[in-house]
Design a protein around this ligand. Structure first.
Ligand SMILES: Cc1ncc(COP(=O)(O)O)c(C=O)c1O
Length: 394
Protein backbone atom coordinates (compact mmCIF):
# COMPACT_ATOMS: atom_id res chain seq x y z
CA UNK A 1 0.00 0.00 0.00
CA UNK A 2 1.18 3.50 -0.86
CA UNK A 3 0.43 4.69 2.71
CA UNK A 4 3.70 3.25 4.09
CA UNK A 5 5.82 4.86 1.35
CA UNK A 6 3.91 8.17 1.72
CA UNK A 7 4.92 8.41 5.40
CA UNK A 8 8.57 7.68 4.65
CA UNK A 9 8.66 10.23 1.83
CA UNK A 10 6.95 12.91 3.93
CA UNK A 11 9.49 12.36 6.71
CA UNK A 12 12.35 12.65 4.24
CA UNK A 13 10.93 15.89 2.82
CA UNK A 14 10.53 17.36 6.29
CA UNK A 15 14.12 16.35 7.12
CA UNK A 16 15.43 18.15 4.02
CA UNK A 17 13.50 21.28 5.01
CA UNK A 18 14.69 21.15 8.61
CA UNK A 19 18.31 20.69 7.57
CA UNK A 20 18.03 23.86 5.47
CA UNK A 21 18.89 21.88 2.32
CA UNK A 22 15.73 22.54 0.33
CA UNK A 23 16.52 23.43 -3.27
CA UNK A 24 14.24 25.95 -4.93
CA UNK A 25 13.65 25.72 -8.66
CA UNK A 26 13.24 29.07 -10.31
CA UNK A 27 11.38 28.96 -13.59
CA UNK A 28 13.05 30.85 -16.41
CA UNK A 29 11.05 32.25 -19.26
CA UNK A 30 12.60 32.42 -22.69
CA UNK A 31 16.19 31.92 -23.78
CA UNK A 32 19.28 31.43 -21.65
CA UNK A 33 21.46 34.53 -21.92
CA UNK A 34 23.28 37.07 -19.78
CA UNK A 35 19.84 38.14 -18.67
CA UNK A 36 17.00 35.78 -17.88
CA UNK A 37 13.43 36.29 -16.79
CA UNK A 38 13.01 34.22 -13.63
CA UNK A 39 9.59 33.98 -12.05
CA UNK A 40 8.59 37.08 -14.00
CA UNK A 41 11.57 39.24 -13.00
CA UNK A 42 14.47 40.18 -15.30
CA UNK A 43 17.81 39.28 -13.73
CA UNK A 44 21.42 39.35 -14.84
CA UNK A 45 22.45 35.72 -14.91
CA UNK A 46 25.66 34.89 -13.04
CA UNK A 47 24.97 31.25 -12.25
CA UNK A 48 25.07 29.40 -15.56
CA UNK A 49 27.94 27.37 -17.01
CA UNK A 50 27.46 29.38 -20.20
CA UNK A 51 31.16 30.29 -20.26
CA UNK A 52 31.37 31.31 -23.92
CA UNK A 53 27.82 32.66 -24.08
CA UNK A 54 26.79 30.16 -26.75
CA UNK A 55 23.64 28.71 -25.15
CA UNK A 56 21.20 31.25 -26.51
CA UNK A 57 23.24 32.50 -29.46
CA UNK A 58 21.23 32.97 -32.65
CA UNK A 59 23.98 31.48 -34.85
CA UNK A 60 23.73 28.21 -32.89
CA UNK A 61 19.96 28.21 -33.04
CA UNK A 62 20.16 28.61 -36.83
CA UNK A 63 22.67 25.75 -37.06
CA UNK A 64 20.42 23.56 -34.93
CA UNK A 65 17.35 24.35 -37.06
CA UNK A 66 19.25 23.30 -40.17
CA UNK A 67 20.36 20.06 -38.49
CA UNK A 68 16.79 19.29 -37.41
CA UNK A 69 15.68 19.56 -41.02
CA UNK A 70 18.44 17.24 -42.16
CA UNK A 71 18.50 14.57 -39.43
CA UNK A 72 15.09 14.76 -37.78
CA UNK A 73 14.34 14.89 -34.09
CA UNK A 74 15.14 11.56 -32.44
CA UNK A 75 17.05 8.33 -32.90
CA UNK A 76 14.41 6.03 -31.37
CA UNK A 77 17.13 3.54 -30.55
CA UNK A 78 20.40 2.69 -28.87
CA UNK A 79 23.67 2.91 -30.82
CA UNK A 80 24.13 -0.74 -31.72
CA UNK A 81 20.59 -1.27 -33.00
CA UNK A 82 19.69 1.67 -35.22
CA UNK A 83 20.77 4.67 -33.17
CA UNK A 84 24.07 5.47 -34.88
CA UNK A 85 23.61 8.11 -37.54
CA UNK A 86 26.40 9.42 -39.73
CA UNK A 87 26.37 12.62 -37.68
CA UNK A 88 27.30 10.72 -34.48
CA UNK A 89 30.34 9.22 -36.14
CA UNK A 90 31.28 12.58 -37.66
CA UNK A 91 31.10 14.25 -34.25
CA UNK A 92 33.19 11.52 -32.61
CA UNK A 93 35.87 11.83 -35.29
CA UNK A 94 35.79 15.62 -35.14
CA UNK A 95 35.96 15.75 -31.34
CA UNK A 96 38.89 13.32 -31.19
CA UNK A 97 40.78 15.24 -33.87
CA UNK A 98 39.93 18.60 -32.23
CA UNK A 99 41.29 17.40 -28.90
CA UNK A 100 44.31 15.64 -30.43
CA UNK A 101 43.29 12.09 -29.41
CA UNK A 102 42.69 8.94 -31.45
CA UNK A 103 38.97 8.51 -30.98
CA UNK A 104 35.93 9.41 -28.91
CA UNK A 105 32.48 8.10 -28.00
CA UNK A 106 29.48 10.28 -27.23
CA UNK A 107 26.79 9.88 -24.56
CA UNK A 108 23.63 11.76 -23.70
CA UNK A 109 25.50 13.38 -20.80
CA UNK A 110 28.90 13.53 -19.15
CA UNK A 111 27.17 11.89 -16.20
CA UNK A 112 26.59 8.87 -18.44
CA UNK A 113 30.18 9.05 -19.71
CA UNK A 114 31.50 8.99 -16.14
CA UNK A 115 29.22 6.09 -15.28
CA UNK A 116 30.72 4.16 -18.18
CA UNK A 117 34.41 4.90 -18.07
CA UNK A 118 35.42 2.95 -14.95
CA UNK A 119 33.13 -0.09 -14.93
CA UNK A 120 33.92 -0.85 -18.57
CA UNK A 121 37.69 -0.77 -18.10
CA UNK A 122 38.47 -1.89 -14.54
CA UNK A 123 37.88 -5.12 -12.61
CA UNK A 124 38.40 -6.23 -9.02
CA UNK A 125 42.06 -6.81 -9.85
CA UNK A 126 42.53 -3.05 -10.33
CA UNK A 127 42.80 0.16 -8.29
CA UNK A 128 41.14 3.51 -8.76
CA UNK A 129 42.61 6.61 -7.12
CA UNK A 130 40.16 9.47 -6.89
CA UNK A 131 40.33 13.04 -5.55
CA UNK A 132 38.16 13.52 -2.49
CA UNK A 133 36.26 16.40 -4.15
CA UNK A 134 35.62 14.80 -7.53
CA UNK A 135 32.21 15.41 -9.09
CA UNK A 136 29.24 13.28 -8.01
CA UNK A 137 29.14 11.57 -11.41
CA UNK A 138 32.69 10.30 -10.91
CA UNK A 139 31.80 9.10 -7.41
CA UNK A 140 28.79 7.22 -8.77
CA UNK A 141 30.77 5.89 -11.75
CA UNK A 142 33.33 4.46 -9.35
CA UNK A 143 30.57 2.86 -7.27
CA UNK A 144 29.56 0.90 -10.37
CA UNK A 145 33.00 -0.63 -10.85
CA UNK A 146 34.65 -3.36 -8.81
CA UNK A 147 38.14 -1.87 -8.59
CA UNK A 148 39.49 -1.10 -5.12
CA UNK A 149 38.91 2.57 -4.34
CA UNK A 150 41.59 4.87 -2.86
CA UNK A 151 40.37 8.38 -2.07
CA UNK A 152 43.21 10.92 -1.89
CA UNK A 153 42.92 14.26 -0.08
CA UNK A 154 41.96 17.13 -2.36
CA UNK A 155 44.88 17.93 -4.71
CA UNK A 156 47.30 16.41 -2.14
CA UNK A 157 50.11 14.90 -4.18
CA UNK A 158 51.89 13.34 -1.18
CA UNK A 159 48.69 11.51 -0.30
CA UNK A 160 48.19 10.41 -3.92
CA UNK A 161 51.76 9.08 -3.99
CA UNK A 162 51.24 7.14 -0.75
CA UNK A 163 48.05 5.60 -2.16
CA UNK A 164 49.78 4.72 -5.45
CA UNK A 165 52.44 2.90 -3.40
CA UNK A 166 49.71 0.99 -1.54
CA UNK A 167 48.14 0.04 -4.87
CA UNK A 168 51.33 -1.30 -6.51
CA UNK A 169 50.15 -4.92 -6.26
CA UNK A 170 47.14 -4.24 -8.47
CA UNK A 171 46.93 -5.08 -12.20
CA UNK A 172 46.02 -1.52 -13.23
CA UNK A 173 46.02 1.83 -11.44
CA UNK A 174 43.67 4.55 -12.68
CA UNK A 175 43.97 8.10 -11.32
CA UNK A 176 40.87 10.24 -11.86
CA UNK A 177 40.40 13.93 -11.20
CA UNK A 178 38.21 16.83 -12.19
CA UNK A 179 40.29 19.21 -14.33
CA UNK A 180 38.54 22.10 -12.58
CA UNK A 181 36.55 21.62 -9.36
CA UNK A 182 33.16 23.22 -9.55
CA UNK A 183 32.79 24.61 -6.03
CA UNK A 184 36.08 26.54 -5.86
CA UNK A 185 37.08 26.82 -9.51
CA UNK A 186 40.49 25.42 -8.55
CA UNK A 187 42.53 23.67 -11.23
CA UNK A 188 43.96 20.20 -10.57
CA UNK A 189 47.79 19.91 -10.52
CA UNK A 190 47.73 17.83 -13.69
CA UNK A 191 51.47 17.94 -14.38
CA UNK A 192 52.26 16.47 -10.98
CA UNK A 193 49.49 13.91 -11.37
CA UNK A 194 50.96 12.81 -14.72
CA UNK A 195 54.46 12.65 -13.19
CA UNK A 196 53.16 10.35 -10.45
CA UNK A 197 51.27 8.29 -13.02
CA UNK A 198 54.53 7.79 -14.94
CA UNK A 199 56.41 6.90 -11.78
CA UNK A 200 53.86 4.34 -10.56
CA UNK A 201 52.59 2.99 -13.90
CA UNK A 202 49.09 4.43 -13.67
CA UNK A 203 46.81 5.89 -16.31
CA UNK A 204 45.07 9.23 -15.92
CA UNK A 205 41.43 10.18 -16.52
CA UNK A 206 40.47 13.88 -16.38
CA UNK A 207 36.88 15.13 -16.32
CA UNK A 208 37.30 18.50 -18.04
CA UNK A 209 33.65 19.52 -18.06
CA UNK A 210 34.42 22.95 -16.57
CA UNK A 211 37.27 23.67 -18.98
CA UNK A 212 36.65 22.21 -22.45
CA UNK A 213 36.15 25.00 -24.96
CA UNK A 214 37.86 27.83 -23.12
CA UNK A 215 40.84 26.93 -20.94
CA UNK A 216 44.25 26.77 -22.58
CA UNK A 217 45.61 28.69 -25.55
CA UNK A 218 43.19 27.05 -28.02
CA UNK A 219 40.39 26.13 -25.62
CA UNK A 220 41.18 22.43 -25.35
CA UNK A 221 40.73 22.60 -21.60
CA UNK A 222 42.72 22.42 -18.39
CA UNK A 223 44.77 19.60 -19.92
CA UNK A 224 46.01 22.26 -22.36
CA UNK A 225 46.44 25.10 -19.85
CA UNK A 226 48.38 22.74 -17.55
CA UNK A 227 50.58 21.53 -20.43
CA UNK A 228 49.52 17.85 -20.37
CA UNK A 229 47.51 17.52 -23.59
CA UNK A 230 49.76 14.66 -24.70
CA UNK A 231 50.11 13.04 -21.26
CA UNK A 232 46.55 12.52 -20.05
CA UNK A 233 45.19 9.18 -21.28
CA UNK A 234 41.43 9.67 -21.21
CA UNK A 235 39.26 12.80 -21.02
CA UNK A 236 35.58 12.95 -20.20
CA UNK A 237 33.66 16.11 -20.87
CA UNK A 238 30.23 17.66 -21.35
CA UNK A 239 28.53 19.51 -24.19
CA UNK A 240 26.24 20.98 -21.55
CA UNK A 241 28.44 23.87 -20.43
CA UNK A 242 30.78 25.89 -22.71
CA UNK A 243 30.02 23.82 -25.83
CA UNK A 244 26.53 25.19 -26.36
CA UNK A 245 24.99 24.17 -23.05
CA UNK A 246 22.34 21.75 -24.33
CA UNK A 247 23.12 18.19 -23.35
CA UNK A 248 25.59 15.44 -24.12
CA UNK A 249 29.02 14.25 -23.16
CA UNK A 250 31.93 12.21 -24.38
CA UNK A 251 34.88 10.03 -23.53
CA UNK A 252 37.97 10.86 -25.58
CA UNK A 253 41.01 8.59 -25.67
CA UNK A 254 43.00 5.81 -27.35
CA UNK A 255 41.19 3.88 -30.10
CA UNK A 256 41.22 0.52 -28.29
CA UNK A 257 39.66 2.07 -25.21
CA UNK A 258 36.89 3.65 -27.27
CA UNK A 259 36.33 0.37 -29.11
CA UNK A 260 35.92 -1.47 -25.82
CA UNK A 261 33.55 1.22 -24.53
CA UNK A 262 31.33 0.70 -27.59
CA UNK A 263 31.14 -2.97 -26.56
CA UNK A 264 30.88 -2.63 -22.80
CA UNK A 265 29.62 0.78 -21.70
CA UNK A 266 26.15 0.21 -20.30
CA UNK A 267 25.17 3.87 -20.69
CA UNK A 268 25.54 3.55 -24.44
CA UNK A 269 24.44 -0.07 -24.87
CA UNK A 270 21.11 0.32 -23.14
CA UNK A 271 20.07 3.92 -23.68
CA UNK A 272 19.31 6.12 -26.67
CA UNK A 273 22.06 7.92 -28.52
CA UNK A 274 22.54 11.67 -28.49
CA UNK A 275 19.80 13.57 -30.38
CA UNK A 276 21.24 14.13 -33.87
CA UNK A 277 20.51 17.86 -33.67
CA UNK A 278 22.90 18.09 -30.71
CA UNK A 279 25.55 16.01 -32.49
CA UNK A 280 25.40 18.18 -35.61
CA UNK A 281 25.38 21.45 -33.67
CA UNK A 282 28.29 20.37 -31.45
CA UNK A 283 30.45 19.87 -34.56
CA UNK A 284 29.63 23.44 -35.55
CA UNK A 285 30.38 24.65 -32.02
CA UNK A 286 33.88 23.16 -32.16
CA UNK A 287 34.48 24.98 -35.44
CA UNK A 288 32.94 28.16 -34.03
CA UNK A 289 35.29 28.07 -31.05
CA UNK A 290 38.31 27.82 -33.35
CA UNK A 291 37.02 30.71 -35.45
CA UNK A 292 36.30 32.94 -32.46
CA UNK A 293 39.33 33.14 -30.14
CA UNK A 294 38.01 36.55 -29.04
CA UNK A 295 35.35 34.75 -26.95
CA UNK A 296 38.06 33.18 -24.79
CA UNK A 297 39.90 36.50 -24.56
CA UNK A 298 36.72 38.26 -23.42
CA UNK A 299 35.98 35.54 -20.87
CA UNK A 300 39.41 35.93 -19.25
CA UNK A 301 39.20 39.72 -19.39
CA UNK A 302 35.79 39.63 -17.65
CA UNK A 303 36.95 37.06 -15.10
CA UNK A 304 40.12 38.96 -14.16
CA UNK A 305 38.18 42.22 -13.93
CA UNK A 306 35.61 40.72 -11.54
CA UNK A 307 38.18 38.87 -9.41
CA UNK A 308 40.40 41.96 -9.01
CA UNK A 309 37.53 44.31 -8.17
CA UNK A 310 36.06 41.93 -5.57
CA UNK A 311 39.40 41.60 -3.78
CA UNK A 312 39.83 45.38 -3.94
CA UNK A 313 36.50 45.99 -2.16
CA UNK A 314 37.50 43.57 0.58
CA UNK A 315 35.98 40.20 -0.25
CA UNK A 316 37.65 36.86 0.34
CA UNK A 317 37.91 35.29 -3.11
CA UNK A 318 40.17 32.21 -3.09
CA UNK A 319 42.97 32.57 -5.59
CA UNK A 320 42.41 30.90 -8.93
CA UNK A 321 42.04 31.90 -12.55
CA UNK A 322 38.73 30.30 -13.41
CA UNK A 323 35.39 32.02 -14.27
CA UNK A 324 33.86 30.08 -11.38
CA UNK A 325 34.42 32.65 -8.64
CA UNK A 326 33.49 31.62 -5.10
CA UNK A 327 32.80 34.68 -2.96
CA UNK A 328 33.25 33.50 0.60
CA UNK A 329 30.54 34.73 2.98
CA UNK A 330 31.28 32.46 5.94
CA UNK A 331 28.10 31.47 7.67
CA UNK A 332 25.56 29.33 5.76
CA UNK A 333 22.36 31.26 6.44
CA UNK A 334 24.05 34.57 5.54
CA UNK A 335 25.09 33.15 2.16
CA UNK A 336 21.58 32.00 1.27
CA UNK A 337 19.89 35.14 2.57
CA UNK A 338 22.38 37.36 0.73
CA UNK A 339 21.82 35.40 -2.50
CA UNK A 340 18.08 36.04 -2.05
CA UNK A 341 18.73 39.78 -1.51
CA UNK A 342 20.79 39.77 -4.70
CA UNK A 343 17.58 38.95 -6.60
CA UNK A 344 16.15 42.27 -5.40
CA UNK A 345 19.23 43.93 -6.88
CA UNK A 346 18.45 42.25 -10.22
CA UNK A 347 21.27 39.72 -9.89
CA UNK A 348 20.86 35.95 -10.19
CA UNK A 349 23.45 34.06 -8.10
CA UNK A 350 23.23 31.03 -5.84
CA UNK A 351 24.47 30.52 -2.27
CA UNK A 352 26.14 27.23 -1.33
CA UNK A 353 26.56 26.04 2.22
CA UNK A 354 27.38 22.93 4.26
CA UNK A 355 27.40 20.01 3.42
CA UNK A 356 28.06 21.01 -0.21
CA UNK A 357 31.05 23.13 0.95
CA UNK A 358 32.93 23.21 4.31
CA UNK A 359 30.83 24.56 7.19
CA UNK A 360 32.88 27.76 7.68
CA UNK A 361 33.09 28.72 4.02
CA UNK A 362 29.52 29.11 2.77
CA UNK A 363 29.70 31.15 -0.38
CA UNK A 364 27.95 32.78 -3.26
CA UNK A 365 29.26 31.22 -6.44
CA UNK A 366 29.52 33.60 -9.36
CA UNK A 367 30.02 32.32 -12.89
CA UNK A 368 31.33 34.72 -15.47
CA UNK A 369 30.60 34.47 -19.18
CA UNK A 370 32.28 35.93 -22.26
CA UNK A 371 28.89 37.40 -23.08
CA UNK A 372 28.67 39.58 -19.95
CA UNK A 373 29.32 43.26 -20.53
CA UNK A 374 31.55 45.23 -18.16
CA UNK A 375 28.42 47.24 -17.24
CA UNK A 376 26.68 44.04 -16.11
CA UNK A 377 29.73 43.01 -14.07
CA UNK A 378 29.85 46.49 -12.51
CA UNK A 379 26.20 46.09 -11.44
CA UNK A 380 27.16 42.78 -9.82
CA UNK A 381 30.07 44.39 -7.96
CA UNK A 382 27.89 47.28 -6.81
CA UNK A 383 25.33 44.82 -5.44
CA UNK A 384 28.07 42.87 -3.62
CA UNK A 385 29.43 46.11 -2.17
CA UNK A 386 25.99 47.19 -0.89
CA UNK A 387 25.09 43.81 0.59
CA UNK A 388 28.59 43.12 1.91
CA UNK A 389 28.20 46.22 4.09
CA UNK A 390 24.68 45.24 5.14
CA UNK A 391 25.89 41.78 6.22
CA UNK A 392 29.12 43.22 7.71
CA UNK A 393 31.32 41.07 5.50
CA UNK A 394 33.39 43.93 4.06
C1 LIG B 1 32.84 18.02 -13.32
C2 LIG B 1 31.52 17.61 -13.88
N1 LIG B 1 31.42 16.41 -14.48
C3 LIG B 1 30.26 15.99 -15.01
C4 LIG B 1 29.12 16.76 -14.94
C5 LIG B 1 27.84 16.25 -15.54
O1 LIG B 1 27.70 16.78 -16.81
P1 LIG B 1 26.35 16.53 -17.63
O2 LIG B 1 25.44 17.64 -17.31
O3 LIG B 1 26.78 16.49 -19.07
O4 LIG B 1 25.83 15.19 -17.19
C6 LIG B 1 29.18 18.01 -14.33
C7 LIG B 1 27.95 18.83 -14.26
O5 LIG B 1 27.69 19.60 -13.41
C8 LIG B 1 30.41 18.45 -13.79
O6 LIG B 1 30.49 19.63 -13.18
Amino acid sequence: MYNSLKKVVENELQGIHEAGLWKEHRTLQGRQGTTVVADGKELINFCANNYLGLSGKQELVDMACQALGEYGYGTSSVRFICGTQSIHTQLEEKLAEWMGFEDSITFTSCWNANEAVFAALLTDEDAILTDQLNHASIIDGIRLCKAERYIFNHMDMADLEAKLQEAQGKRLRCIVTDGVFSMDGDVAPLKKICDLADKYDAYVVVDDSHATGFMGETGRGSIESEGVLDRVDIVTTTFGKALGGAIGGAIIGPKEVIELLHQRARTTLFTNSLPPVVAATTIKVLEYIDEHPELREKLWENTNYFREKMVAIGYNVPESVHPIVPVIIGEGSAASSMARDMLDEGIYVIGFSYPVVPIESARIRVQISAEHSIDQIDLLITAFEKLGKKYEII
